[in-house]
Design a protein around this ligand. Structure first.
Ligand SMILES: NC(=O)C1=CN([C@@H]2O[C@H](COP(=O)(O)OP(=O)(O)OC[C@H]3O[C@@H](n4cnc5c(N)ncnc54)[C@H](O)[C@@H]3O)[C@@H](O)[C@H]2O)[C@@H](O)CC1
Ligand SMILES: [K+]
Length: 555
């Protein structure tokens, strides 16, 4: 499933109209009809509960239902085909109409709903004579049909009397900045009404590309997104304001987006994993495979005070299927962790004070790397004198696929942008797994700036440095230097707890060791990590009780 910016959507739109000759009003007709169908669907299902499907035999239906209820449906995305339902006479919907094509979609929906027996009141934000060209056509039709309408004026209140719902067709992908004047007042009034709101394309007041929200913005129950998912709907807080999201086709084939833009963003669905990324989701293995077949991970992690990070990463690497895992650790730590994970191999590699790392250990790591397949650096590593030189030496003198996390990332941030200057001469790929704070340090901006435009920051850092980047957080973004990005949908807020990042490092390193490419390992790793978190949540009384160690049990 492709995820586009407003500009990319406009380009596809223009292609279909300009090169293929599809009349633009036809697209609007399709969009408005889809919107009306979704509103009817909503009306019919108002009271009925969502069907529960539970694929995992280990999880009781009760646990699945409780977890789904806790997680809620806001920000969820689907694009199932819809079959049109019966007429609904007891409904009265107010449709807020802006002056652009988003308003035009609302006008088309008005006609279809009116035809289906739904009471309609059109509420114009501006005088309808000023509507965009296509929207004006739709207005004349609606007027000729006798659909009631009012023009919002700052003096008069909108009360939504007798309303059962509101369609927000005020602002779409053409909006700029915070909603102004009548638009702001109508958004406020709609939110205050307590009525369910269904947004056309995006909730008004959402930045379509970034997912940031202006004030005021619509808080929608559902959003019917046209043609292709907009980036802003996939990232928080925008995803939250959009409610449940449904993507509906309008006559612009999504495949048009493939290979068309410098950057291509995908929702990380199972289809994208198997068809685009060619990941075998069944992870089938050759009958004659053995531990040497599935790769050997070298994990450089942990100090005396933070031994757990190393243990979590190593367990996760083993649980994710690599044949062997060696944990390189400070020698003082070694006696304390013997036997903690019997499947692990331990290698005392550093002689820093009080079980920490030291500059001289780089040579030991390089030696250990000689007969390993992947090197992962960072979990619980701490900082130490000349550690950026230490990291640089390991980076330069090993040519293994590398995952860098946690304090390894802080070393990189300190080393500056020259660190990856010669990455093109390195055969093996590098994956970085920053959380937003670490990303901010790497990019030299504030955490807030990162969070306000996660997809762009991930893509641009990846393109500039040549690394595959995993920007963690809800809706983790995986970006590649070639300009692909994937938005992960698995996982939940219960996973916001210490150590889950260490687990992710282990999972990704393990997949790399098994021969997955950096793009596959990063995307599939993030996906599996989220899935394990979901299973762990369902096995507990409450998802907030999930600990990082639980994830390793359900990988
Ligand atoms: N493939 C497509 O691109 C299609 C687009 N359609 C619809 O068209 C929309 C885009 O239409 P437009 O480009 O006309 O843009 P909008 O409908 O988003 O409206 C933009 C208009 O609103 C005004 N405006 C902009 N920012 C404002 C603000 N902050 N406060 C108050 N007024 C503001 C401007 O005068 C501008 O003309 C899409 O979101 C979608 O709903 C559909 O009709 C179907 C096809
Ligand atoms: K809208």
């Amino acid at each position: 499933m492709y995820v586009v910016t407003a500009e990319q959507m406009r380009e596809l739109d223009e292609h279909v109209i300009g090169s293929w000759g599809v009349p633009s009003v036809c697209l609007m007709e399709n969009a408005g009809k889809a919107l009306a169908e979704e509103v009817l669907h909503f009306c019919q299902n108002r009271q009925s509960k969502e069907q529960v499907t539970n694929g995992n035999p280990l999880i009781s239906d009760e646990a699945r239902v409780a977890f789904d209820r806790w997680k809620g449906t806001r920000g969820q995305i689907s694009n199932d085909a819809f079959s049109r339902g019966e007429k609904t006479f007891a409904e009265h919907w107010y449709i807020l109409v802006g002056k652009g094509n988003n308003g035009g979609d609302g006008l088309v929906a008005a006609r279809h709903l009116w035809e289906a027996g739904v009471g309609i009141t059109l509420v114009f934000a501006e005088c309808p004579k000023g509507l965009s060209e296509e929207a004006l056509l739709e207005y004349y039709t609606a007027e000729a049909m006798g659909i009631p309408s009012i023009l919002f004026t700052e003096q008069g209140d909108v009360t939504f009397t007798g309303g059962t719902g509101i369609i927000d067709a005020l602002l779409g992908t053409g909006s700029k900045g915070a909603p102004r004047h009548a638009y702001a007042s109508l958004i406020q009034a709609a939110n205050d009404s307590g009525l369910p709101i269904i947004s056309a394309d995006i909730p008004s007041g959402l930045h379509a590309d970034t997912g940031t929200l202006y004030e005021p913005h619509i808080r929608a129950e559902r959003t019917v997104c046209f043609a292709l998912l907009k980036r802003g709907l996939t990232q928080f807080p925008g995803a939250e304001a959009a409610g449940q999201i449904k993507v509906r086709s309008v006559g612009i084939p999504p495949q048009l987006a493939e290979g068309r833009f410098r950057e291509t963003v995908y929702l990380l669905t199972e289809d994208v994993l198997s068809e685009k990324l060619k990941v075998d989701l069944t992870q089938r293995r050759a009958e004659d495979g053995h531990k040497g077949t599935y790769g050997h991970v070298l994990l450089v992690a942990g100090t005396l005070a933070m031994s757990g990070a190393g243990l979590l990463s190593c367990r996760a690497a083993l649980r994710s299927g690599s044949g062997l895992v060696t944990w390189a650790l400070p020698s003082e730590l070694l006696p304390h962790v013997i036997g903690a994970v019997p499947e692990l191999m331990l290698a005392a590699a550093a002689e820093g004070m009080h079980g920490t790392w030291n500059r001289a250990s780089a040579q030991n790591i390089i030696k250990l790397a000689e007969n390993r397949d992947v090197i992962a650096i960072g979990p619980g590593l701490g900082r130490f004198e000349e550690d950026t030189d230490w990291l640089s030496q390991i980076y330069k003198e090993t040519d293994l696929p590398m995952v860098i996390d946690a304090d390894g990332l802080n070393m990189l941030a300190e080393a500056g942008s020259d660190f990856f200057k010669h990455i093109d001469s390195r055969k093996a790929p590098v994956i970085l797994t920053p959380h937003p704070g670490e990303m901010a340090r790497l990019a030299g901006v504030s955490t807030q700036e990162i969070q306000q435009n996660r997809i762009d920051h991930a893509l641009s850092y990846s393109a500039k440095s040549g690394v595959t980047l995993v920007l963690k957080g809800s809706r983790t973004v995986i970006a590649t230097p070639e300009g692909n990005a994937y938005i992960n949908m698995t996982g939940h807020a219960g996973m916001g707890t210490g150590g889950t990042g260490d687990v992710l490092t282990g999972v990704i390193a393990s997949l790399l060791a098994q021969g997955y490419s950096a793009e596959q390992a990063a995307a599939f790793g993030v996906y599996l990590h989220g899935k394990a978190g979901e299973t762990a949540a369902m096995m507990r009384t409450h998802p907030a009780g999930v600990m990082a160690g639980d994830l390793t049990e359900y990988l």
